[in-house]
Design a protein. Structure first.
Length: 277
């Protein structure tokens, strides 16, 4: 049993090391590439070859200026703020209505939400584009905001699972004090959804932050580009400037990593524990 335990422990740590290498190796290649010059990229050296100058940050300046990263970060922040806010509000209120209210065809509504997640988004893009264009939102920052808010059924299910864990006795106690449904949601239910909100913010934020298809399709103007489309400017008909693209990718990764490290602790916190005690 002792030998088996040691073998199991060794395999466990070996799997963790392999997983860490698989995750960190591409990031290391991107970082090393961002420090190389165009000549170093053209000489055919390996991806893991160290650059001649480890403090060569010229590519970062090029990516920031030529890629118009400052404006792209501003546009992305605008889309992120309104898309995430709308997703949290709509998703949480929808989940609250489904779980707490007894109405006809409630099971059918939940089933339709599930069916909607199974439909590939690309199959409805022609109709979606026509609708967005008819509302005059094409080449507007509000186009991706509306699309991101209206296509996230996953957030409804995340909020629904958390709301089902909140005792109904809290609602009943508030109703005895004269509170209506909106007051109960605003003052009791929503504050207890902090772990769910953090989960949705992380998942939705990363999805919106990394998305290329919707900004590329609905925001053709350079001044309305996002960080994902700004990196595409370094792709030309005669090749790609991978050293500049890698520098831009590092600039994009850093804010995502910082936000994730700040918010991930809320996912595991049980804010509803002891709520009825």
């Amino acid at each position: 049993m002792s030998a088996r335990a040691r073998l199991a422990g060794s395999l466990k740590y070996l799997s963790l090391v392999v997983a860490a290498v698989v995750v960190l190796l591409p990031l290391g290649v991107v970082f090393l590439t961002s420090l190389k010059t165009g000549e170093e990229m053209a000489d055919g050296s390996g991806a893991l070859a160290l650059p001649d100058n480890l403090f060569n940050f010229a590519n970062y300046a090029t990516a920031f200026s030529d890629g118009k990263m400052l404006g792209a970060f501003g546009n992305t922040a605008f889309i992120l703020f309104f898309a995430i806010t709308g997703t949290v509000v709509i998703g949480s209120m929808t989940a609250y209505a489904i779980d707490r209210f007894d109405f006809r065809f409630r099971t059918l509504v939940v089933a339709l939400f599930l069916v909607a997640t199974l439909v590939p988004g690309v199959t409805t893009q022609v109709a979606t584009f026509q609708i967005v264009n008819s509302f005059g939102l094409f080449d507007s920052l509000w186009a991706p905001v509306v699309l991101y808010m209206g296509t996230d059924i996953v957030s409804v299910y995340i909020f629904l699972q958390f709301i089902r864990g909140i005792p109904v006795s809290l609602d009943e106690s508030a109703r005895l004090d004269g509170a209506n449904s909106f007051t109960i949601f605003r003052k009791i239910i929503f504050p207890l959804l902090k772990p769910a909100v953090a989960t949705v913010v992380i998942i939705k934020g990363i999805t919106v932050y990394n998305d290329f298809y919707i900004p590329f399709l609905y925001l053709p103007s350079e001044e309305r580009g996002t960080i994902s489309t700004s990196l595409f400017r370094f792709k030309g008909p005669f090749g790609a400037h991978w050293e500049n693209i890698s520098a831009g990718a590092v600039l994009v990764i850093v804010p995502t990593l910082a936000v994730f490290l700040f918010l991930q602790r809320y996912i595991y916190n049980g804010f509803t524990r002891g709520a009825t005690r």
